[in-house]
Write a protein that binds this ligand. Sequence first.
Ligand code: NAD
Length: 471
Amino acid sequence: MTAPISFFEQVNSNFDRAAALTDHPAGILEQIKAINSLIHFTFPLKRDDGRMEVIHAWRAEHSHHMLPCKGGIRYAAMVDEDEVMALAALMTYKCAIVDVPFGGAKGGVKISAHEYSERELERITRRFTFELFKKNFIGPGLDVPSPDFATGPREMAWIADTYATLAPHDINALGCVTAKPVQHGGIQGRTEATGRGIFYALREVCSLGRDMRPLDLSPGLEGKRVVVQGLGNVGYHAAKFLEEEGGAVIVGLVEYEGAIASTRGLHVEDVMAHRRATGSLLDFPGATNLEHRDLGLELECDILVPAALEHAITLDNAARIKTKIIAEAANGPLSADASQYFHEHGVMVVPDAFINAGGVTVSYFEWLKNLQHVRFGRMEKRFEEKASRQMLSAIEQATGTSFSEDQLGSFARGADEIDLVNSGLEETMIKAYHQIREIKQRHKDIDLRTAAMVSAIDKIVTVYKHRGIFP
Ligand code: NAD
C-alpha cells in the first residue's frame, strides 16, 4: 500500500499538473514551488493556575517574489509544519490569481484555543508576535498576518499593538497585520468580504449564457436554487448576498446541528434569527428538517456552496450530489478525486483559490489604507458630490426638469470607504474570473482549478522575469 501524500505534496501535484501546460523553464517552476523561509519555534506559557507549558508555533513564507508575504495565523491542536507550508503555498497562488501583490505565508500555533482563557490567549498572541519580530517574520513590508481558524479581529488588534510597541519608529506599524477592528485601523467591509466576493464571482459565472447552456441553466443568478453548507462568516454572507442582491432562491441550509430545506426559498436573515433564538436551524417555520445534516449536501439545486470545512465532499458522497455548479467557498471542501469526478461528470467546480479570495483582496485594501494613513473616500467624497450637483443643476436648467431632493441625494452621492472597497472587490473578482476562463478555453478539457493555477504560475513567472532573475 502506498502512503497517502502530504498536504504540501498535494498542492505541489496540482501545481505540476498546471505547470505541464506552460512552457516556463523547469528552474523557475522549481523556484516558485519551494518554501522560501520557514521557522518553527517554541516558547513558554505561564497558565493562569501557575503551570508552565511549552507552545509550538510555525510561520512559513512560501514566496518572496513579492513582499510583503501575506497569510493567516491559525490556532489549532492539529496544526503542523506540512499544513502550514501547504496553506502558505496556496496563499501565494491565491494572491497571484486576484492580482494582490503579495507572496503567500501561513502561521500556526499548536493549541486548542477553547482550552485557554482570554488572558492566556492574549499572552500567547503577544509572545508569538514578539518571536516573529525577533526573527524578522513580521512587518508591513515583510510579512503581514491575518486571521484564520480560531483567530479574529481581537487577536489581530493584539498583534498590531505588540508590533507597534516593538517598532516605535515604524510609521507604517498598523500595516503589520490586517482584519483589525475598524476602530483599530481596520477597513469597512472586511468582515463580509469573502462572502461578498463569492456573490460577485457567482453572478459573473452565471451571467455568461455560453457557459450556462452546457449545464442546462439559463443565464443570470435570479431564481437559481442554492444550497449553502456552513452558516459561519463565509457561508452566512455568501447566502445573504446571493439571496438579497442576486435574487437566488436558498432551497437548503446545512449547519453542524442539521439541515433544512424549502423549495419556496429560505430567507437567510429569518433563519439566522430563528437559530439565535432556539440554538438550532431545525424546526424553522415552513421548512422541512432533513434526517441528517449530510443529506443537505445532496439536495437538488443549481449551485452548491460548501462553506464549512475541508473534505466535505469526497468520492464517498460525490455521486449523490445533485447540482450543476459547486462554489468552493471553504478551503479544500472537495477531495482531489471528487473534484476529478465532477469534471468528468460535467459539473462546474469554481475553485477555492479564486472564489474565496475576497478576504485577502480586502485585506490588501486595508494594508493600502494603513500605508496611506487616510481613509478611502475622505479626500474626494464631498468634491464628487459638489461636482455631480452642479452637473444635475445644469441638466435641470437645460431641460426644464427638476429633480426631487431625494433624487439629487442619490444621484450626487460621493463614494464612502465601503463603496470603494466593494467596487474594488467586484472589479477584482470579475477580472480574475475572465482571466481564468480565457485560459480554460485556450486549453481544451481542463477544469477551472487547473486554469486558475496556470493563471497564478504565469503571473509569478512574469514577476521573476521583470526582476531579471530568470531570462
Ligand atoms: P466559521 O467558523 O465562521 O464558519 C464555519 C461554519 O461551519 C460554522 O458555523 C460551523 O458550525 C459550520 N460547520 C462546521 N462543521 C460543519 C458540518 N459538518 N456541516 C455543516 N456545517 C458545519 O468559519 P469561516 O470563516 O466562515 O470559514 C469557513 C471556511 O472558509 C474555512 O474553510 C476557511 O478556511 C474558509 N475561508 C474563510 C475566509 C474568511 O474570510 N473567513 C476566507 C477564505 C477562506
